[in-house]
Design a protein around this ligand. Sequence first.
Ligand SMILES: [Fe+2]
Length: 343
Amino acid sequence: MKASQVLTLPLSAASVISSGKNFASNPVLGSARLNRMGLHRWRVAQASAASERRRARLAAKIRPDEKAQFEAKGFVVRENALPADLHARLVEELETIPRPAWEMRQGHAITRLMPLPGHDDGTAAAAVRRFLIAPDIRALVGYVAGRAGGYNPVIQTIANRPDPANPDPQNTLHADTFHPTAKFWLFLHDVAADEGPFSFVEGSHRLTPQRLEWEYQQSLLATATDNAHHASGSFRASEAEMAALGYGDLVTLPVRGNTLVVADTYGFHRRTPTDKPTVRTELHAMLRRNPFMPWNGADVSEIPYIHDRALDWRFKFRDWNTRRGKPDKYRNVGERYAADPAE
Ligand SMILES: [Fe+2]
């Protein structure tokens, strides 16, 4: 253990009951000895059980057909999610008005984020934010996440220029973390089967006995791998492993424009590889909270003053990191149109 890790040991230990997942940077979570004794397995099982208890308290707030879809598959697909006039206004606005943008490159894919305004500035973008955080979608996202709470949607563009020498890590089947957690994408335009749609292994949000044993085995190997994503607690898996874990088929989800997909990304998923250059724009958010807390909601980030400004502050923090030479995966690229191709 490094000297700096000794000093931060109390924090590392406290992260056992947090959403912390990084085996490589946390000497407690990454301890081979503790994981042989079952630390990671305990965290996975406890977080799953607590998420199910919170979901039971949220169940009456979501549509029965969407609850059934989620239980069976691990994701919910809702077509015509935005009111048609709002969808049309937003599409037109994004085509005609450039917005401040931040970009990240992963392999041959560029992810471009544009914050939605936290205050009502009369734009379709602000109206869409209000729609996405209103009680109906909030309850659905909270249920899928296994813990309700606030989230801040962004406009996200994935601009992909295929290059086999520089693969996109999101094309590999993986789970985002060790506990239930939600991501949603409201696709603004059609995404065809050959344009790299979202894929998900049906039922893989469920913690089966086989998955728990697999999690245990991965925890023993996590710090020994040279895959940085795996070592940071986002376990990679092969398609062949899915049946052995008791799961269903890997399904791809081509969608019509204005379709909302909400998925528990503890389930195995990926961006389907494609050999076509593609650009797609979606409204996107993630809800990931400490899975060990017994309650839904009740988080400091939901105080309205903080909630409406959190994205602004986060991107200002990224810019500040860049100015002081600290690496940040997102880079301010000035103003862009949502549909600009990858440069
Ligand atoms: Fe993911």
